[in-house]
Design a protein around this ligand. Structure first.
Ligand code: MTE
Ligand code: MO
Length: 559
């Protein structure tokens, strides 16, 4: 309203309209009793913005160093290590190998929902609560980044920055909705101290300005994340595989035989050698370790006569062997797919340990990963079997997901007690002194792979007529001598076995079946090379591997 306003409204200061009274003087007790109440969604926006900008800041700090990780990943690491067994099993049973994605989403949702409420409280005046929450979250992340198997120095920094930025955004949101009262400045020439003039509360900002300001912060956070990602690709040396020499075995294996899985009518049967891209992946890693091959070393330590250190080239130039070995996860349910067969190239583990010389008294070989994961097995497992430090898989260097640059492969024992990926150390120790990662979490310290067989086809409905029942069976170190199939209550039928890649590898099997209309139950059981038939008795994967006959129910019908 300008002085030239000609409207009928009375001019300010002449006859103050009632509504102006509140604005003009805080002496009026009503001035603070009816504060501006910003809409609820403003609080939600401020809260989510605080979380988003905080996480963005954490991401940017993490981008500055390949050993640092954003707060969500950092907290996820500790959750993985600390979840109780029942919860881990629940997650694996319900989400399978997506459990990591589910974990990261859960953490993100918890942060988002909390920040929503914290933001609403903050713009309603409870800014201290906002700061406390930002501090607590930052502190939790910082702790997660400072203690644990795979933490690196500075691991607390991303979360600390995230907390700081989140706190700042919350307070900014509070200030936007609760502007500081403007105090009238005392005039310099006024000698006598006057009673301070009443502070005037400026009108809170309007919706458009609120959206502009919060939108700007969101945009800034987005730009920072993009710039951070750019920065990261410039410095990243995560598992540099460029120019790595392929490990070449002294005596390569003959080309694998024609794969029965490729024959018409065998659709669904597992390939003899599991393709790399479908080879299962199980590990505790939310992100791959940051390994620079130039500085990577494999150390042999502990109860040995001579501690040894090997470079990647040292290992490459040793005599390398090539072997077909099936590895399995202890968490593989009967009929499950956490099992695969590969052609591994590497150096013999027994030879390597001979160089170091195992001291008497050592009873455990413990592999240690760059990410702090450990797995151990008895020294006496090295009984001449083809245990190796694998450098290659299926004719190429190891894929990152399967352990590049080196991992342990021991035929006949589950992965969690042997197959350490991203290997950096082999420690000779005792079971009394050291436990592998999963052992204190309730899994058996010694765990040979149990004889198992799996039906791969038919899985869905099939039309009546002749069809193949087919699958794979494995008993690494013992081999498979026989596979039998039973349909409903008919007698067991001995299946045809596919080409053998040796006792350590799985074998394909199949048998023709004249399928008649109706629902049918099909079961399979394998007999290993020692003549022992797998037990029908069902047992859980925990603590040392599942038992039981894989049984499926399927339909045969004309359509
Ligand atoms: N560093 C590391 N190595 C690891 C693990 C892990 O969590 N971390 N998991 C083990 C388990 S439980 C299994 S079953 C095998 C799986 O090997 P894959 O992912 O190559 O199939 O890796 C083993 N090696
Ligand atoms: Mo495993």
């Amino acid at each position: 309203m300008s002085d030239t306003d000609t409207s009928a409204e009375p001019k300010r200061g002449v006859t103050p309209p009632k509504a102006d009274a509140r604005e003009s003087s805080s002496l009026d007790p009503d001035a603070t009793s009816t504060p501006h109440r910003p809409p609820r969604w403003w609080g939600a926006v401020v809260g989510l913005l605080a979380a988003g900008a905080g996480l963005a800041a954490g991401q940017v700090v993490a981008d500055l160093d390949t050993d640092l990780h954003n707060p969500v990943l950092t907290v996820g690491d500790r959750v993985i290590d600390w979840v109780p067994k029942w919860m881990k099993e629940f997650a694996v049973n319900n989400f399978g190998t997506s459990d990591k994605t589910v974990l990261l989403w859960t953490i993100s949702v918890v942060i988002a929902v909390t920040s929503l409420f914290v933001g609403m409280a903050t713009v309603r005046g409870r800014w201290r609560l906002g700061l406390i929450f930002a501090a607590v979250f930052g502190f939790l992340g910082a702790t997660a980044g400072s203690i644990g198997r795979n933490t690196k120095s500075g691991g607390a920094l991303p979360s600390l920055f995230a907390g700081l930025v989140a706190g700042w955004v919350l307070f900014f949101g509070y200030r936007l909705t609760h502007p500081k009262p403007v105090r009238r400045v005392a005039r310099p020439h006024t000698a006598t101290r006057q009673r301070p003039a009443s502070p005037a509360t400026p009108a809170p900002i309007d919706r458009r300005r609120f959206l502009t300001l919060t939108g700007s912060i969101a945009a800034a956070a987005g730009v920072a994340v993009l710039l951070g990602a750019k920065l990261q690709t410039g410095t990243q040396n995560v598992l540099q595989k460029v120019g790595v020499r392929r490990p070449v075995p002294k005596v390569p294996l003959p080309a694998p035989p024609a794969d029965p899985a490729l024959l018409a009518g065998n659709e669904g049967l597992s390939k003899l050698i599991t393709p790399i891209n479908t080879f299962y992946r199980i590990d505790t890693a939310l992100y791959f370790p940051n390994i620079d091959l130039g500085s990577w070393r494999l150390k042999v330590t502990g109860m040995v006569n001579r501690e040894m250190t090997y470079t990647y080239d040292d290992l490459l130039s040793r005599e390398l062997i090539e072997r077909d070995i099936t590895i399995s996860c202890v968490s593989n349910e009967v009929g499950g797919d956490l099992v695969g067969n590969a052609r591994w190239v590497g150096c013999r583990l027994d030879d390597l340990l001979l160089e170091a010389g195992i001291k008497s008294g050592a009873d455990q070989v413990l592999g240690v990963s760059d990410d702090g994961f450990t797995a151990g097995f008895p020294v006496e497992t090295l009984d001449g079997r083809d245990a190796m430090i694998a450098l290659g898989m299926d004719g190429d260097v190891l894929p990152v997901k399967n352990g590049f640059p080196a991992r342990i492969i021991v035929p006949g024992i589950y992965g969690y007690v042997s197959a350490v990926k991203w290997l950096t150390e082999i420690r000779l120790t005792t079971f009394a002194a050291d436990q592998g990662y999963w052992v204190p979490r309730g899994w058996a310290a010694r765990a040979p792979i149990k004889t198992q067989s799996r039906i791969d086809r038919p899985l869905g409905n099939v039309p009546p007529g002749t069809t193949a029942i087919a699958g794979v069976a494995w008993a690494p170190t013992r081999g498979i001598s026989k596979v039998e199939v039973q349909v409903d209550d008919t007698p067991w039928v001995v299946a045809t076995l596919g080409p053998s890649l040796g006792k350590n590898a799985w074998v394909q099997w199949w048998t023709p079946w004249n399928a008649v209309t109706g629902r049918h139950q099909i079961r399979v059981r394998a007999t290993d090379g020692t003549g022992a038939t797998q037990t029908e008795e069902l047992s859980a994967v925990d603590p040392d591997g599942a038992t039981g006959w894989h049984t499926i129910t399927m339909g045969v019908n004309a359509n």
